[in-house]
Design a protein around this ligand. Sequence first.
Ligand code: GAL
Length: 409
Amino acid sequence: MKLSTKLLSGAAICAATSAGAVDLEVMHWWTSGGEANAVSKLAEAWNATGNAWVDGAIAGGGDTARPIMVSRIIGGDPPAAFQFNHGRQAEELIDAGLLVDLTDVAEANNWKEIINPPSLLDACTIDGKIYCAPVNIHSWQWMWLSNAAYEKAGVPVPTNWSEFMDTAPKLQEAGITPLAMGGQSWQQNGAFGVMAVALGGVDAWTKVNADKDADTVMGPEYTKVFEAYGAARALAAGLNVQDWNQATSAVIEGTAGAQIMGDWAQGEFALAGKVAGMDYDCLPGLGETGVLSTGGDAFYFPVNSDADITAGQKELAALLVSPEVQVAFNSAKGSLPIRGDVDLTTVNTCTQKGLDLLKDGKTIPDAATLLSPDTTTQLNDLLTEFWNTPAMTPAEVQQQYADIIASAD
Ligand code: GAL
């Protein structure tokens, strides 16, 4: 997709009001209860500066929202800011010169010194220039468990994947769905990635995702993963929901035992008034391989011809990384702040597990920083086909997965 460097007016949606204050339209895909609560912290902070946040939420998740944002930008009607994940999603927009260079903001605010891990800023950096403001660390590597569901089934809450598998029949006898999984393909691919790290090991996962090594996909570690993924598919039967947060709701209500999902799920538990360690439990790396992936979100800013808007975009970028906004947003979002110099003493027991992994350096990159969006989409499509086709065997999907990795970029 060749993108033109047409200078974008931006007049349509972002306006300079009196005294240099600006209305900035900010596009994102945060529409679940917990997400909306968290993004409202960003809007409140920006509005408190005398500027105005024009909310551009898009329902349906990132896979739905990103193409809409890109078409607005290359169509000459860009928002003032938009959310993407850390990684390679904005590569083409940056290469086409369509995004604002924030290097001056980063230098003026010491982002290189304060942003941790540094890989978050690296993911925003192309040819030495910085094009995004990272706002959080989200890890996919989690399983969330309903203490009420396991109590109802009369079995202890699992502390690892094998105990989850062993206790699943008891949950089914009690009319509870052992594994909550939404219907969107990114959820099924994400969960597979978590199982690959936890059951196949970080080395095999890295060979596949970073080195694009198809032989490892056909090797013993991943064979174990595909068999476990096939078994997990059977344990999700009985709960038909689309959105990830609907699956989280089933765990919150105790009609499902567990969900493999990123720690954005914590925003839903918090909004429901659920207490970590009491109402729900959490297993980093499925309780098998304690690891945190450093994915998450960042804001990018399309270039425009209005100096006030550009000044406003840079002011917003700095504000998103500021200590107060980092604490307010991340506590509501369920993610970790991107700076270590903020007060994290009041976090819950699950977030503390994440912080401990980060402190101990037990981190891996997020797949979105290693695989191109195109490869990610192919894997989404393959795994959702498998998830929805009971007759498809783990061996069949394994071979097709290897074929995709063999030609991955
Ligand atoms: C991720 C994003 C998270 C989360 C999730 C579900 O891509 O990084 O912030 O909200 O989507 O929408």
